[in-house]
Every structure is written in structure tokens, then in C-alpha cells.
Design a protein around this ligand. Structure first.
Ligand code: FAD
Length: 437
């Protein structure tokens, strides 16, 4: 008896419910990844990371006696073709929530029905499956705090060990894995399950400091596990369990991730349409300002620092994401969608639920119960980068400006300003930003 396990963004062998179940129930298991041309072009950074993950997953599966079969093309057609080739009874995969993933699942189900194959969806992309927790009278939680309360007290599934052995059918063509393509960010981290697991183990001693330090931009002490969670190199359940305290502020952040996944499952338009009923959207159109923001040359140092970290690392500190996104939408008054697209191009952890959910939160069209709040970028900078170390790290033009003066270069004496090659802050027509006075 044979089953196919279709990998998508669950690129690991530990705590992989679809793989573990297939290996326990079938004589032969065919792990499959289909390189989907429809997804390949969005982000060179993520594309490179993905290939690194696949190369490692293939090595790991080979070590277990199996392999990773690689196909290229439409994932539905290729999966069905392979299932028929190996005379499989059915297909298992991890359930996912984006509109694209849901459509893929629906098409796969229809094709499985047509070819008398079974299709089984498994958990594993989140700690708690989207839709498992529902408020009275609703299909999903619209507000984080009550969701968090129920999530923390819910029964979580058992974590699963990696399979001991993966047995492939004979004579199967495994396919070639192309060399990793080039990314755009020179300092991007390397993908893969073992790198992710090592990072988790090395970071865990920081956990007791997390609450005090996670907003400190210069300290940069958050876990940086997000790309590994994005591609499923790490199981979110494993990460939550290793923290060993469901009430911990770090585990609460993992709950935000689950929260946005259950929002996306219920509102698949999240990347394109305002989530909040009655949200007013009146954005300015200003291509030059959008470009300046995307390139990290707005003249607002904390914003430019964040955007330049994004370019260099394919990752940005959460506080900087809040400040840069708030600056685009609430200071420049520009639409969140192009901002989301810029993040999506660069971020190694860029995904539909978290990227869209957070952008909508900041723009006031999402799940925030105080949608009209705005962040004063200078006040944010002085609070979360009090000595200016984060700005000096990422904006070398300002490296000679000591202390928090670096946050307002327009206030430097003219003779100093003349020596610095850094633009004045962007002007916003009709606005009188208090911090420029
Ligand atoms: P840690 O502080 O160590 O947190 C641990 C984990 O919790 C993270 O790896 C992440 O999986 C999860 N998490 C933390 N904060 C959030 C949050 N606000 N929402 C959802 N999950 C969270 N995160 C993404 O994973 N992908 C995105 O595309 C993404 N886009 C964002 C866009 C904007 C405008 C903003 C404000 C935030 C975005 N985030 C996104 C959330 C957050 O910034 C990152 O998850 C976090 O910075 C990753 O760093 P870390 O792993 O060191 O986080």
C-alpha cells in the first residue's frame, strides 16, 4: 500500500502529522514537492530560502531511506500524475489558509474524487487549527484578546516524532532539484530544518529576557524564527512547547500568528480587501513618496533604517515593521496594499495571513479595536531606539551623529547638516507633522 505526501510549506520531518501518519499506516510513502511556476516569481529571497529548505529536506529523507520527489508544474496535475504512477491509494497534505492554497486544495479534492484517490488534510501549519476555536455565534475570532484566552486554555494536539524510516516504491524517478536561485538580500539567513532547530535551541536561553527586550530595536534579541515558521522548517507547536509556558509573552506572539491564520481562513480576501466592516479608505496617490519609502530614503531615519534592514536581511524587527508601515499609511496617507507588496517581495517570512493581517492592523482596516491610532515616528524612535544604535547601524550616512539626535537630523546645526548626505524629511501636502516643528 502506497501514499503520497505532498509538501507545501511544512518542510520538515519532525512533528509533521501528514508524514508521520503516512509512514505509520502505509508500506510505501512518496514525499513530493511540486515547484509551482505560479509562486516562483514573487520573491527571489523566499525562492532561495525555499530551495535551501528543499535541499535539506531531501538529504534528511534520504537519510531515512526515502527521498524527496521533485516535480515542476501545476501542483494538482503533478500530484495526481505521480499518485497514479506509483499506484497510490491517496494523498496527504497539511491544510493551509490562503486563497491560493484553499483553491489548490479544492482542485486537488475534485481530481482525487475523479480518480478514486482519497485526500486527507492534516494539521501542522499552526499550533491550533484555524476554525477549531470559534466564539459563540461566529465562525472565527475577530478580536485577539478573547482568542488568546481560549487558545491558551485549549487542548493542543500531541507533538509527533520524526518517522524512523521512509520507504519509497521501487523505480521511481525522483527528479532533479535545481541549484538554489539568487536572492536579493546579501545577509539573508539560510533555510532548512536543522538550521531552524539549532536557532531555536540557541535562542531559548534568551526567553526570560524576552518580555523586557523584544521591543528594543538595537538589542535585536527576538528569536528570528519567523522564516523557519513561514516555511514549516519548525513546527509552531514544537516552538510553543519548547517555551514551556503558555502564558509567556513569546508564546503570545505565536498566538498572534494563529490568530491571523484563523482570520484568513474566514476572510480569504485579506490581502486585497479591508477586513473591518465600515472601514473608510481614502488614500493619497503619490508614487514618488511610495518609492522613497520603499527605497529607505524618506529622510525619517527610523523609517529608512527599517527599510534598509529589510533590503539587507530579508527580515525586519517587529517594532520597525510597525513604525515603517504606520509611517506609510498614517503619516504619508498611502494605501497599505503597495506597502504589503513591498514587504512581500523582500520578507523571508512573508506570508498572506501575517503580512496582510498586520498591515491591515496598522492601517486601521483590520482587527485593531482602535483603528484610528497613529504612531509618531520620532517618539517611537526615541522610545525603542533610545540611543540611536539601530539607526546608525542601518543608515551609515548618520553614523557620526551621536545619541538620540540621530532621530531628527533636521534639527542638527546647519554646519553639521551640510556635512551629511541625507535627505530632508518628505513633505506631506496639507499635513503639519508635529515632530518637524
Ligand atoms: P519573535 O518576537 O521572536 O516572535 C516569535 C514568533 O511569533 C515569530 O517568529 C512569528 O511567527 C510570531 N509573531 C510575532 N509577532 C507576530 C505578529 N505581530 N503577527 C503574527 N505573528 C507574529 N510576521 C510574519 O511571520 N510574516 C509576515 O509576513 C509579517 N508581516 C508583518 C507586517 C507588518 C506590517 C508587521 C507590523 C508585522 C509583520 N509580521 C509578520 C509580524 C512580526 O513582525 C514578525 O513575525 C516578527 O518580527 C518575526 O521576528 P521574530 O521571529 O524574531 O519574532
Amino acid at each position: 500500500r502506497t501514499a503520497v505526501v505532498l509538501f507545501t510549506r511544512d518542510l520538515r520531518v519532525h512533528d509533521h502529522p501528514a508524514l508521520a501518519t503516512a509512514c505509520a499506516a502505509f508500506d510505501r510513502v512518496v514525499p513530493l514537492y511540486v515547484l509551482d511556476p505560479a509562486l516562483a516569481g514573487h520573491s527571489p529571497n523566499r525562492n532561495r530560502f525555499l530551495h535551501q529548505c528543499l535541499a535539506e529536506l531531501r538529504d534528511t529523507l534520504r537519510g531515512l531511506g526515502g527521498d524527496l520527489v521533485i516535480r515542476r508544474g501545476d501542483p494538482v496535475a503533478e500530484t495526481i500524475r505521480l499518485a497514479r504512477e506509483v499506484d497510490a491509494e491517496g494523498i496527504g497534505l497539511s491544510a493551509d489558509v490562503s486563497r491560493y492554497a484553499r483553491r489548490r486544495e479544492r482542485r486537488l479534492r475534485a481530481e482525487c474524487d475523479r480518480h478514486r484517490l482519497f485526500l486527507r488534510l492534516f494539521p501542522g501549519v499552526t499550533v491550533v487549527e484555524p476554525g477549531e476555536l470559534r466564539p459563540g455565534g461566529g465562525d472565527h475570532y475577530r478580536v485577539f484578546t478573547p482568542y488568546h484566552r481560549v487558545w491558551s486554555g485549549a487542548r493542543w494536539r500531541e507533538e509527533l516524532a520524526a518517522p524512523r524510516r521512509v520507504t519509497l516504491p521501487d523505480g521511481i524517478a525522483v527528479g532533479r532539484l535545481p541549484a538554489a536561485p539568487k536572492g536579493e538580500s546579501p545577509d539573508a539567513v539560510v533555510g532548512g530544518e536543522s538550521v531552524g532547530r539549532r536557532r531555536l535551541t540557541r535562542w531559548l536561553p534568551t526567553l526570560p529576557r524576552y518580555d523586557d527586550i523584544h521591543d528594543d530595536l538595537a538589542a535585536d534579541e527576538t528569536s528570528r524564527l519567523s522564516p523557519y515558521l513561514r516555511f514549516g522548517c519548525l513546527s509552531p507547536l514544537t516552538v510553543a512547547n519548547r517555551a514551556d509556558d503558555r502564558g509567556h509573552p513569546f508564546v503570545r506572539q505565536l498566538c498572534w500568528r494563529d490568530f491571523y491564520h484563523q482570520v484568513t481562513a474566514a476572510f480569504p480576501e485579506i490581502a486585497v480587501k479591508a477586513y473591518r466592516r465600515g472601514a473608510t479608505e481614502q488614500w493619497r496617490y503619490d508614487a514618488a513618496a511610495l518609492d522613497a519609502w520603499a527605497d529607505g530614503r524618506t529622510g525619517m531615519p527610523i523609517v529608512d533604517a527599517g527599510m534598509r534592514q529589510l533590503h539587507a536581511e530579508g527580515w525586519m524587527h517587529n517594532r520597525a515593521r510597525l513604525i515603517t508601515a504606520g509611517y506609510l499609511t498614517k503619516v504619508l496617507g498611502l494605501d497599505w496594499r503597495p506597502g504589503l507588496a513591498v514587504f512581500s517581495r523582500w520578507l523571508l517570512d512573508g506570508d498572506v495571513p501575517d503580512n496582510s493581517g498586520n498591515w491591515q492592523w496598522v492601517a486601521g482596516t483590520g482587527n485593531d479595536s482602535r483603528p484610528y491610532r497613529g504612531l509618531n515616528p520620532v517618539r517611537q524612535a526615541e522610545r525603542y531606539d533610545p540611543d540611536g544604535g539601530y539607526v546608525r547601524r542601518w543608515v551609515p550616512e548618520l553614523a557620526t551623529v551621536a545619541g538620540k539626535a540621530v532621530h531628527q537630523p533636521w534639527r542638527l546645526p546647519p554646519e553639521v547638516r551640510r556635512t551629511i548626505d541625507y535627505p530632508p524629511p518628505l513633505e506631506v501636502p496639507g499635513a503639519d507633522p508635529v515632530w518637524l516643528r
